[in-house]
Design a protein around this ligand. Structure first.
Ligand code: BDR
Ligand code: CA
Length: 313
């Protein structure tokens, strides 16, 4: 099975993703590392503990960076995820589970050293912990199997600005460090995550097949659906963060394009992920930008069924 570190800012779709990982025998979660993003980092850490306690999972949960690598003050997405990060469902916070004393970045480095070449980092929040881990251990890329990111918008519009997706926009300088490092990056951006809407009917099914996890996601996601319905005619939501995990379980769900990647740090288009498909340019600057794999298509039918089957286990 895949050893992973799940770097997260829970978050409703983060919760959906974390339970999916816990339910998948193909995935071994070594620990949850948390980061500011949807909510402040203290709340992200507490929420991660709460999800672990609910799941009866005694794994390390670490607190990470509370603000962007450079410049901007943190802003949060309470209007998307609720005051509690879980759609205002008043879920009782964990009481027994305790935080690991290490920082998220230190935990990433420790696991990479303990299992050289075996660990995949799955990052479903802003990328500050990964950038910091690269600073703590410059050899980190050699020790890590791969980095799977939910973030960015390669060939589609952004969701925070016309060109930037939230996770990358939240910490663009960190993202540029992570994209430029000498490891294998696979990006699951809005290109694929917005291809798969989840209806109220899906949420009902999820609850019916798993009261504990499905019920939690069903209840939390009602607020999330309301947020999306402000901009749409139908009642759906998007579980962005599940996609890199679904890929670990079934790589055939996705199609990819390989391209040279840059993250903009210019004020106007800060956080934009620009991808130059291989062979699309002879510019030396572009050719110097590292190649990553960008997910461009997902099998909607099969991935939706995978979530139901996995929750039903
Ligand atoms: C990403 O931003 C957060 O709101 C979600 O949890 C997801 O990680 C989507 O843009
Ligand atoms: Ca997230």
């Amino acid at each position: 099975s895949h050893k992973i570190i799940l770097d997260t800012d829970p978050g409703i779709d983060d919760a959906m993703a974390i339970f999916f990982a816990f339910q998948s025998p193909e995935i071994e979660v070594l620990g949850l590392t948390t980061v500011f993003g949807n909510v402040p980092v203290e709340m992200a850490a507490q929420n991660a503990l709460t999800l672990c306690e609910l799941a009866g999972k005694d794994i390390p949960v670490c607190k990470g960076v509370s603000r962007a690598w450079v410049g901007k003050e943190s802003t949060y997405a309470h209007f998307v995820h609720g005051d509690d990060g879980f759609g205002n469902i008043n879920f009782p916070p964990a009481t027994k589970a305790k935080l690991d004393p290490r920082s998220s970045a230190q935990f990433i480095v420790d696991m990479a050293r303990q299992y050289p070449g075996e660990v995949t980092i799955v990052a479903i929040g802003p990328l500050g912990n990964l950038a910091l881990a690269l600073r703590l251990e410059p050899e980190l890329p050699k020790l890590i199997k791969g980095v799977s990111i939910m973030g960015g918008a390669a060939f589609v519009q952004g969701n925070v600005t016309p060109v930037a997706e939230a996770n990358i926009w939240n910490d663009a300088y960190a993202a540029e460090i992570v994209f430029a490092a000498d490891w294998e990056v696979t990006m699951f951006g809005l290109d694929v995550t917005l291809q798969v809407p989840f209806s109220l009917e899906f949420l009902n099914k999820l609850k019916a097949c798993n009261q504990k996890f499905g019920g939690f996601v069903h209840d939390a996601a009602q607020f999330y659906v309301e947020f999306y319905s402000e901009h749409r005619a139908d009642k759906v939501c998007f579980f962005h963060d599940t996609m890199p995990l679904a890929h670990l379980v079934d790589p055939t769900l996705f199609e990819f394009q390989v391209g040279h990647a840059r993250v903009s740090t210019d004020p106007l288009n800060i956080g934009q992920t620009s991808i130059a498909p291989v062979n699309s340019t002879t510019s030396a600057d572009w050719l110097n930008a590292r190649q990553i794999k960008v997910a461009t298509q997902v099998d909607i039918q099969r991935i939706t069924q995978l979530y139901l089957d996995t929750y039903a286990r």
